[in-house]
Design a protein around this ligand. Structure first.
Ligand code: ADP
Ligand code: MG
Length: 700
């Protein structure tokens, strides 16, 4: 694998081949292979096309060759659509004929089914033997508007060329994306449906599309991610914005009801954190993906100050509300600019300000002048322009408006989100004629700017990530003994409240004298995960007698409420001063590796869900940005006259905890500090409780 050329170099044959062979063609009406031949013809593919099929004959004017051996040597791309069982032999034969790129569109390689798996392995061997690259199996092939290539086995009419590169795991979803792209004002550059991802995956295609000049934004629809770290690295290094639409949000792997960390670090939450860290825009659905793609084609939005310019006063009000709801400011426009406008306009008809209501001003050149003046203002970061055109729709007028918007926005390098409010059909047609994003709703235009702002504010320089995680555990998890968790924290020099283990009440009393009163006593039992739930935590003990009594009390409670639980001893801990209680945890995600969370709220953390997530490593700087994401962040800064808390100490703790997560053995699945108690500036923080889970399967 390592001596392969960089993946982007040899993927070109999938999109701009000089010749294509379609294997599995016949003249039967239900034959799908012949649709590929028909698509290549209807799209106007200019290269050579060969058809191969056992039945021979003629299809769409092409002579069908009876087998692969009849192909000329070195055809650039082959599309295979034959029964799964025949595919390994065909791929092998194609390799021998010098083909290096193959789309296997056939299905029947299902991962759950053993015979499918065996076939997949045979195909993998064939492509390795002949140094080939393969897309699929179980896919709709590749599309390229620049080379007018369409390898779909479903008939698809030629699509408009545009800036969007598309990667979709499902052929059906790819189709719906293609349809929506074609209907929107965006068009397609290149697309691949990647199916089972036996060889080429989204990571390879990001590298490829990054180097494809016509592609300006990349949309990924993924059902699974197998190379999480490689995806993060490719995305972080990609010069073009990437929209990630990840579906198949499996509930939890290895759910442990006992732990907050497991429920808050669900697989999909980790995907979202990883996407954000790698600079991708994660979206929930197809329409959000298209909105994001539109937004990301605009120049960057560098701040929060927006000007709203509208031909309809009503929409201007809606836009102002939408801006406020999304955290934007509408700064007052300078009086000199408004005076100049007033001179030009009929007084009294319009409202001059921000929003700027253009009233019945119907002068395309004036629009341009106004947008130019506003875009030039230092106090404006972006503009929402609502152009309403309901009656007397004139395509030429729209083209001029959209072209002006595009030119002004590009020249100023500030985004102008154009909301073109007209009949849907009209807006759609007109949108396709101009190469500029266009939004059908005022709210969408404002959302697009919000997305753009968040995207650019988040951009942080990529940094090296640890290698891919190879682990795929199927086993369950079991709780670690509290004593072992504590030693783990000590080993990584995390600030732990002084803690001693005692086997019995008498020794506990002695340990308490050494620790110094007041102390806290906790029950140690392998069967008890939530100690306070069973009366296993006693706070504020001031004497040896109280410690003894607390231990005996716990033993009695346990005997009554959890007779199966063994008592392995008592933990005697220094009582920590009251402070702000936080949770810091990590879970080892099977795809992205350890993901770290921090949150406020101690036991309420799951109810409040006020947490921030990152895929490790988490530096102290990252930790600071995590804390700023919490809605409870003001409490850290000392809200309501309270002293600011020692967040630097907490950030150092998080950084160290992330190192523990990366350096500890992979059998440690999860670790949760709850709570760490944070004190005012200069007084640090202290950990009083921790819970861990290890895999219960033998490594190997
Ligand atoms: P569990 O989470 O298993 O119920 P903890 O050890 O977290 O047990 O104790 C429950 C609560 O008691 C903590 O959330 C914290 O508020 C308080 N607590 C525990 N240990 C200490 C300590 N050493 N000093 C001060 N408060 C403590
Ligand atoms: Mg606890």
């Amino acid at each position: 694998v390592s001596d392969r050329p960089p993946p982007h170099l040899d993927l070109e044959a999938f999109f701009a081949p000089r010749s294509v062979a379609v294997v599995g063609v016949s003249d039967r009406p239900q034959n799908l292979g012949s649709n590929i031949v028909a698509n290549l013809a209807s799209w106007g593919f200019a290269g050579a096309v060969y058809a191969v099929g056992r039945g021979g004959g003629r299809v769409h004017g092409l002579q069908v060759l009876p087998d692969v051996e009849q192909l000329p040597r070195g055809v650039d791309l082959a599309c295979v659509l034959t029964p799964a069982a025949t595919v390994p032999g065909i791929v092998e034969a194609l390799g021998r004929r010098g083909v290096r790129a193959v789309c296997v569109e056939s299905s029947g390689f299902g991962e759950l089914d053993d015979s499918g798996l065996a076939l997949s392995r045979e195909v993998s061997r064939a492509i390795r033997r002949h140094d080939m690259r393969l897309i699929g199996p179980n896919c709709l092939g590749t599309f390229a508007t620049d080379s007018r290539l369409c390898c779909s086995f479903a008939g698809i009419r030629p699509l408009r060329a545009g800036p969007v590169g598309l990667v979709s795991q499902s052929g059906g979803v790819l189709f719906s994306y293609l349809r929506d792209l074609d209907e929107s004002c965006l068009g397609l550059s290149r697309a691949a449906s990647i199916g089972n991802k036996l060889d080429v995956d989204e990571v390879d295609l990001i590298h490829h599309l990054d180097r494809h000049p016509q592609t300006r934004v990349i949309c990924l629809h993924l059902e699974d991610i197998r190379r999480g770290r490689a995806l993060m690295e490719a995305a972080a290094g990609c010069s073009k914005p990437i929209v990630l639409h990840k579906v198949n949000r499996s509930p939890l792997t290895r759910t442990i009801a006992a732990s907050h960390t497991a429920s808050l670090l669900a697989d999909h939450a980790v995907v979202e954190a990883a996407a954000r860290q790698a600079g991708m825009v994660a979206v929930e659905d197809t329409s959000a993906a298209l909105l994001a793609a539109n937004a990301l084609l605009l120049p960057p939005l560098r701040g929060r100050r927006i000007a709203v310019v509208s031909r309809s006063g009503g929409h201007a009000v809606i836009a102002a509300d939408a801006c406020a709801a999304r955290g934007f400011e509408l700064p007052p426009l300078p009086g000199s600019l408004l005076d100049a406008l007033r001179a030009r306009l009929r007084a009294g008809v319009i409202r001059l300000g921000n929003p700027l209501d253009l009233g019945d001003l119907w002068d395309i050149d004036a629009y341009r002048a106004i947008l130019e003046q506003i875009a030039a203002l230092e106090l404006v970061d972006g503009i929402v322009f609502v152009a309403v055109q309901i009656s007397a729709v004139d395509p030429a007028v729209h083209r001029r408006i959209a072209t002006h918007v595009a030119e002004v926005s590009r020249n100023a390098q500030k985004p102008i989100a154009l909301c073109y409010m007209s009949w849907r059909e009209t807006a759609r047609q007109l949108g396709q004629e101009v190469d500029w994003p266009q939004f059908a709703f005022v709210e969408d235009a404002v959302s697009a700017l919000a997305l753009l702002r968040d995207h650019h504010l988040r951009q942080s320089p990529p940094r090296p990530s640890p290698p891919e995680v190879a682990r795929r555990t199927t086993g369950g998890a079991e709780p670690m003994a509290l004593e072992d968790c504590l030693s783990l924290l000590r080993r990584f020099e995390l600030p732990l409240a002084e803690s001693r283990v005692a086997e019995d009440p008498e020794r506990a009393a002695r340990a308490a004298r050494t620790v110094g009163f007041p102390v806290v006593v906790k029950l140690l039992s392998p069967e008890v995960v939530h100690k306070s739930d069973v009366g296993g935590v006693a706070l504020g003990l001031k004497s040896a007698a109280q410690v003894r009594r607390a231990c005996h009390g716990m033993a009695e409670q346990i005997a009554a409420r959890r007779p199966e639980a063994r008592i392995s001893g008592y933990l005697v801990q220094a009582q920590a001063d009251p402070g702000l209680e936080l949770i810091v945890g990590f879970r080892r995600d099977p795809v992205f590796g350890p993901a770290v969370l921090v949150g406020l709220g101690g036991t309420l953390v799951e109810v409040l869900r006020d947490v921030a997530l990152r895929v490790a490593p988490v530096t102290a700087d990252d930790a600071r940005s995590m804390l700023s994401e919490l809605s409870g962040a003001p409490r850290l800064e000392g809200a309501r006259g309270a002293a600011p808390l020692d967040t630097p100490a907490l950030c150092r703790l998080i950084e160290r905890f992330s190192r523990l997560a990366l350096e500890e053995q992979e059998t440690l699945l999860e670790l949760e500090i709850n709570p760490v108690i944070l004190y005012p500036e200069g007084r640090g923080c202290v950990i009083v409780d921790v819970r861990g889970f290890v895999t219960n399967e033998e490594p190997g």
